[in-house]
Write a protein that binds this ligand. Structure first.
Ligand SMILES: [Zn+2]
Length: 276
C-alpha cells in the first residue's frame, strides 16, 4: 500500500519536529543524584496499586522478579479531572516515549505532569518490525473487549485492576472509580504497527529484573500501576495463563536545594472562550 502510493508521488519525509518547550533535564538529573528513596509500593502480579508523588519528587518503576509490563494511570492528586492524556502525549512525542519525553495532562490544563529522566530500555530503539517500548498507542486490557472477542468474564485485566485499586485508595464506589480510569502508558511493553497494514501488534518485552524507568513529578501526582495479566505480553491477555511478576514503584525525594529555580508548570494559558 505504501509502496504503491510512493510510486505515484515522490516520498518526501514529512516534518516531524514540534517546537515544544524543553525540560530542564540537566537540573532534574542533578537533583536525582541527591534523591533518597522515601517510599516503596509493590504491585502484585495481576493486580494494581496506587501511590502518591509530590511535585518536585521522582518515581521509579522497576522490574524486580521477572519480565513484566505495567499499565500506568496518573492523575493530578488534587483534581482527578486532570489526568494523563495518552493521545496528546502520542501526538507531541510519538508512539513510544523515552528519556526527555513528557506525559501531558488532559484539557483544559494541558501541561506536563511527568518527565522521563532515565530509562534502562533506551537501548532498544525501534526494531526492524517497527516495535519499541513504553507505548502510548495501546489502551489497556479490559474485560469489555475480552467479552467481545471471547465471551468470557475475566476480572484481572488492567482496566479492572486499576478500577479496584483507585476505588480502594479513595473510598469510591467501583462504578465511580471506573470513570476515572483512562488510557495508559504501557510501561516496558513492546508494541508497534505493522509496516505493511498499519495494524497494532505486541511482542515479548525485553524487560528483565533490574530494568527501570524514572520520572520527575511536575505536579502532585496520584498514580496507579497494574502488573498486566499478559506478563511480558508475548502471548495473551485476559487470562491467568501467562507467567506474571510483581513491579515496584519507588518514590525518591531530592535534596530541597537541588531544584532551585524550578517551578511546577502552570495550566494552559488558553482563555477557554472558544471564540464566543
Ligand atoms: Zn494489561
Amino acid at each position: 500500500m505504501i509502496s504503491a502510493s510512493c510510486a505515484k508521488a515522490p516520498c518526501i519525509r514529512p516534518p516531524v519536529t514540534l517546537p515544544l518547550p524543553q525540560p530542564e533535564l540537566a537540573l532534574y538529573r542533578a537533583a536525582l543524584v541527591t534523591a533518597q528513596v522515601t517510599g516503596t509500593t509493590r504491585v502484585p502480579p495481576r493486580d494494581a496499586a496506587t501511590f502518591r508523588i509530590p511535585a518536585g519528587s521522582f518515581f521509579r518503576i522497576s522490574s524486580i522478579e521477572g519480565a513484566q509490563v505495567g499499565d500506568l494511570n496518573l492523575w493530578n492528586a488534587n483534581d482527578l479531572s486532570e489526568r494523563f492524556y495518552s493521545g496528546k502525549t502520542r501526538a507531541l512525542h510519538g508512539t513510544h516515549v523515552g528519556t526527555g519525553d513528557r506525559l501531558w495532562t488532559s484539557f483544559p490544563a494541558l501541561r506536563p505532569m511527568a518527565t522521563i529522566v532515565e530509562d534502562s530500555l533506551g537501548w532498544y530503539g525501534i526494531d526492524p518490525h517497527g516495535g519499541s517500548v513504553h507505548d502510548v498507542i495501546g489502551t489497556r486490557c479490559d474485560p469489555y473487549t475480552g467479552a467481545l472477542l471471547s465471551g468470557g468474564h475475566y476480572h484481572h485485566c488492567c482496566h479492572s485492576n486499576l478500577t479496584r485499586a483507585l476505588a480502594q485508595a479513595l473510598g469510591l464506589p467501583l462504578a465511580e472509580a471506573e470513570q476515572h480510569v483512562h488510557d495508559v502508558l504501557n510501561v516496558f511493553m513492546c508494541t508497534g504497527f505493522t509496516r505493511d497494514t498499519g495494524q497494532y501488534f505486541m511482542k515479548a518485552s525485553p524487560v528483565r529484573p533490574g530494568d527501570q524507568i524514572t520520572f520527575f513529578a511536575e505536579i502532585d501526582l496520584l498514580g496507579a500501576l497494574s502488573a498486566c495479566p499478559g506478563g511480558d505480553c508475548s502471548a495473551e491477555h485476559s487470562s491467568d495463563s501467562a507467567p506474571c511478576y510483581p513491579l515496584q514503584v519507588d518514590c525518591l525525594t531530592p535534596d530541597p536545594t537541588a531544584l532551585e529555580g524550578w517551578t511546577s508548570p502552570a495550566p494552559s494559558s488558553y482563555d477557554r472562550s472558544h471564540g464566543v
